[in-house]
Design a protein around this ligand. Structure first.
Ligand code: IPM
Ligand code: MG
Length: 370
């Protein structure tokens, strides 16, 4: 078995606790299924800042660039509220995305049947929900220049962020969306704000063109992003794949995530373009949730989003489709059995800690694997 190089960046807050459960799973798989995962580990976010004053070091960036896949926990926390902007914890994550050219962010929002009652929406609205948000991740207002605050000299300052998209950036994210829609229900909804932003006008135009030329057999729908947010909470099951820019994708994916009961449940994959020779994509996998500093260290964190991110890693980086399916099934089974971390706890269920949840998923996965 060829080795599979994983670079782990647990980060801050609950990141390390969630990552510990994935580490347990990886060593079980190496011991019992000869999966040959090789792991090394680095620092990112506040943890990296405390160690060496940067949100990620050049040496760790190099390791990330040469790994087959990066597993990322979470970054940030009040401890670093006052550090300067360019070395704030989030800068580490943004540098990883930019330098690895991870332009395609896949954020599935799946409502596990056992959790339909944990949503703030009525169960019939979310039961069976399975949507996929494709967020553009290396462009738009996150990275556009100029990005600065200037002193106007009259007691006023001016802050500028720049929303910018080139045709090729919209084309490639559109293709990712349609290629994935092909394996699902075949419908893509593109969201922008062409009524107020010229970047939205171009976005709409390019998505329409790529659809017409390359994917005319699939369904394309356009929606203004604000209306899309409203439709997401009104009747989310109308969507299959949503494709949108970096900032709208950030917001809409938090909305979609919460439909499913808890941010603690949802994984994500960030992928680069396939290498022209090997076909391999640079990739980073991370839970959608943040570092949750308020519960860090208490054993209350939900490790499912991190474990499900590892399932996505097996699926997209290593073509281990069966193992990914089994791991997702294991998560679903454990929920069916009534085990709940604090964030998804409800009446009559059994409350478990981070590591108890991790152990239960591994035991279930073992049962499905051996
Ligand atoms: C996310 C997060 C990040 C983002 C932060 C941590 C920089 O909210 O991945 O959704 O805004 O992209
Ligand atoms: Mg976000």
């Amino acid at each position: 078995m060829a080795s599979r190089k994983l670079f782990l960046l647990p980060g801050d807050g609950i990141g390390p606790e969630a990552m510990a459960e994935v580490r347990k799973l990886i060593s079980w798989m190496n011991d019992n299924l000869s999966t040959g995962f090789e792991t090394s580990e680095g620092l990112v976010g506040g943890a990296a800042y405390d160690d060496h004053g940067q949100a990620i070091s050049d040496a760790d960036m190099e390791q990330a660039m040469s790994a087959d896949a990066v597993l990322f926990g979470a970054v940030g926390g009040p401890k670093w509220d006052d550090v300067s902007y360019d070395v704030r914890p989030e800068a580490g994550l943004l540098r990883l995305r930019k330098d690895m050219e991870l332009f395609a962010n896949l954020r599935p929002a799946i409502c596990y049947p056992a959790l339909a009652n944990s949503s703030s929406l009525r169960p019939e609205v979310v039961e069976g929900l399975d949507i996929l948000i494709i967020r553009e991740l290396t462009g738009g207002v996150y990275f556009g220049e100029p990005k600065e605050i200037t002193d106007l000299g009259n007691g006023q300052k001016r802050a500028v962020d720049t929303q910018v998209y080139d045709t090729f950036e919209i084309e490639r994210i559109t293709r990712v969306a349609f290629d994935l829609a092909k394996t699902r229900k075949g419908k893509v909804t593109s969201m922008e704000k062409r009524n107020v932003m010229v970047s939205g006008v171009l976005w709409n135009e390019v998505v329409t063109k790529v659809h017409g030329e390359e994917y005319a057999d699939l369904e394309l729908e356009h929606m203004l992003a604000d209306a899309g947010g409203m439709q997401l909470v009104r009747w989310p099951k109308q969507f299959d794949v949503i494709v949108t820019d970096n900032l709208f994708g950030d917001m809409l994916s938090d909305v979609a995530a919460m439909l499913t009961g808890s941010l603690g449940m949802l994984p994500s994959a960030s992928l680069g373009a396939p290498d022209p020779i090997t076909g391999a994509r640079k990739a980073l996998y991370e839970p959608v949730h943040g570092s949750a500093p308020d519960i860090a260290g208490t054993g209350a964190a939900n490790p499912i989003a991190m474990i499900a991110s590892f399932a996505m890693c097996m699926r997209y980086s290593f073509d281990m489709i069966d193992a990914a399916d089994r791991l997702e099934k294991a998560i679903s089974n454990v929920l069916e059995k009534g085990l709940r971390t604090a964030d998804i706890m409800s009446d009559g269920m059994t409350k478990v800690s981070t590591s108890e949840m991790g152990d239960a998923v591994i035991a279930e996965f073992e049962g499905l694997s051996l």
